[in-house]
Write a protein that binds this ligand. Structure first.
Ligand SMILES: Nc1ncnc2c1ncn2[C@@H]1O[C@H](COP(=O)(O)OP(=O)(O)O)[C@@H](O)[C@H]1O
Ligand SMILES: [Mg+2]
Length: 250
């Protein structure tokens, strides 16, 4: 069974904007999927359906056979989302408090909450920052904090919405390193970006979305040559005609 199944998903905002039209997509457990499309193509709106932040106008989203609409609490625990604007995700007065927010809401015992918080702070390399105010962190550290808060919920899927926004080179590298660790740990990853350069060489699959519709879905090496047709910038090396295929995971 596919882990994520999206069938005929349509969504329209209250002002009448048709943001998603008949989206059909499946994701297998452990896959690393990149979704690319120009600004306004529907990436964020699509991702918000995976954990029940938005409800479909039509169609269904199921996670391991459970309809997200029927059990949004479960969906939110199983599908963690790292927002594009990391400041919006900060809820705690300290790094540690921020990380325990999710597990506390799950109603876990004190020992389990502390164990999880300590483990995930080590995982993302923020143990020595646990007493700092989150707003004092760098953009890269904030994104790692968001990842820690999600990992503390022990999700099966992590969705990254434009994870490289406002990061400098070292921030990009650290976030990429986290993603690869999660991928190798068996977590299913979906990454929305209009910037393929940084991440595509690690992905199993590339999905292109344009004007709310999925227009291509397949192995990166098959889809990359078509991206410019849909307003997505091609990685430099490819544009220059260099042979990048050996770098691609798939
Ligand atoms: N809150 C909203 N109200 C009305 N329209 C919206 C809202 N959020 C996004 N949209 C519109 O929905 C479409 C998809 O947007 P979005 O999912 O944010 O795209 P992306 O993440 O690919 O940039 C765009 O036309 C956008 O203008
Ligand atoms: Mg977006």
């Amino acid at each position: 069974m596919n882990m994520i199944e999206v069938v005929d998903l349509c969504y329209r905002f209250a002002d009448g904007t048709q943001a998603l039209t008949e989206i059909n997509m499946t994701v297998e457990r452990g896959e690393f999927v990149v979704m690319a499309g120009p600004n306004g193509s529907g990436k964020t709106t699509f991702f918000r359906h995976l954990n029940g932040l938005l409800s479909p106008a039509r169609g269904t989203v199921t996670i391991d056979g459970v309809d997200v609409q029927h059990d949004p609490v479960l969906a939110r625990q199983r599908v963690g989302m790292v927002f594009q604007d990391v400041d919006m995700q900060i809820v705690g007065e300290t790094v540690y408090d921020d990380v325990i927010f999710g597990p506390e809401n799950l109603g876990l015992g004190r020992n389990e909450i502390e164990r999880r918080a300590n483990d995930v702070l080590i995982m993302v390399g923020l143990s020595d920052q646990r007493d700092r105010h989150p707003h004092q962190l760098s953009q890269g550290e904030k994104r790692r904090l968001a990842i820690a808060g999600i990992l503390a919920m022990q999700p099966d899927v992590i969705v990254f919405d434009e994870p490289f926004t406002h990061l400098d080179d070292s921030g990009v590298c650290i976030v990429l390193e986290q993603m690869l660790k999660l991928h190798h740990g068996g977590i299913t990853l979906l990454v929305a970006t209009h910037d393929l350069e940084k991440v595509i060489c690690y992905a199993d699959r590339l999905v292109l979305i344009n004007a709310g519709r999925i227009v291509e879905d397949g192995l990166p090496k098959m889809i990359l040559p078509k991206v410019e047709k849909y307003g997505v910038r091609m990685p430099c090396a490819l544009r220059m005609g260099k042979e990048v295929w050996p770098w691609l995971a798939h």
